[in-house]
Design a protein. Structure first.
Ligand code: NDP
Length: 251
């Protein structure tokens, strides 16, 4: 088991990629805080699935864009498990609109949820990791920071928020490396989740033709990369972005 007796918080794990990460981490022996903002019933179902398999899991409701919620989430998980070894900042939204049509609300939503969400949860959990001299922080990035021209070209605002995560992740990694904490990102390509349903279908057909593997990724394939980065095997890897995208951004 890669994560035996570790404790982990996975934001956005009520469904999609985060759910797959939570289930994989639990299968690898970790205790899980399954976190989300609206669909608490779905988060509870994920936690129950973990408990039914003999694991330990709690659910936490928190809006990652709100500093107080992020701090409470970390406090609740720490109280339940004694410490947090792994924080996966995965909660996110997609904005699918041409830049010229984008609104202040689009900008606010993408930056607050995606970028500030990473800022909030990382800042909330880092002190205890630094104090213990160990920890893993992993953010979910996106292929949209690697590939500007995806055919439909409607992700500029979202790319700014995800690019901000990658830009912020590296100097934090440098700052905390000497304290035994690693900070990395996994950047998914197009992964078959509910989020794909929010993207224009015509655009998606074009995109698949650009993916060398000619298929969407599975949430479990992102979870596998996350499990590796969260494990002791990845102790000497920090400040890196692991692209899991069927080859779409290999250049
Ligand atoms: P989904 O839309 O399926 O799930 C999003 C998750 O994020 C849900 O658990 C949702 O909670 C949670 N969430 C949304 N807003 C907030 C918030 N403000 N506070 C806390 N939680 C929140 O998305 P995916 O699983 O597809 O995506 C997961 C991550 O992967 C995102 O960061 C996304 O940007 C990234 N990604 C996804 C790609 C894809 O093709 N699917 C491609 C590239 C990146 P609730 O259920 O309560 O609403």
């Amino acid at each position: 088991m890669l994560l035996k007796d570790k404790t982990a918080v996975v934001t956005g794990s009520s469904r999609g990629i985060g759910k797959a990460i939570a289930l994989r981490f639990a299968a690898e022996g970790a205790k899980l805080a399954v976190a989300c903002v609206r669909n608490l019933d779905k988060a509870e179902a994920v936690a129950q699935e973990i408990r039914d398999s003999g694991g330990e899991a709690i659910t936490v409701q928190a809006d990652v864009s709100a500093r107080g919620d992020a701090e409470r989430m970390v406090a609740e998980a720490t109280q339940a498990f004694g410490r947090i070894d792994i924080m996966v900042s995965n909660a996110g939204i997609v904005i699918d609109r041409a830049f010229v049509d984008s609104t202040d609300d689009d900008w606010h939503a993408a930056i607050e949820t995606n970028l500030r969400g990473f800022f909030n949860v990382t800042r909330a959990v880092l002190p205890q990791m630094i104090e213990r001299g160990q920890g893993r922080i992993i953010a979910t990035g996106s292929l949209i920071t690697d590939v500007a021209d995806l055919g439909q070209n409607r992700f500029s605002v979202c790319a700014a928020s995800k690019g901000g995560i990658i830009a912020l992740m590296r100097p934090i990694a440098a700052e905390v490396a000497r304290h035994g904490v690693t900070v990395n990102a996994v950047s998914p390509g197009y992964i078959a989740t509910e989020m794909l349903g929010e993207i224009d279908a015509g655009g998606l057909e074009q995109v698949l033709a650009m993916v060398p593997m000619r298929r969407y990724g599975k949430p479990e394939e992102i979870a596998a990369a996350m499990a590796f980065l969260a494990s002791d095997d990845a102790a000497y890897i920090t400040g890196q972005t692991l692209r899991v995208n069927g080859g779409i951004a290999m250049g």
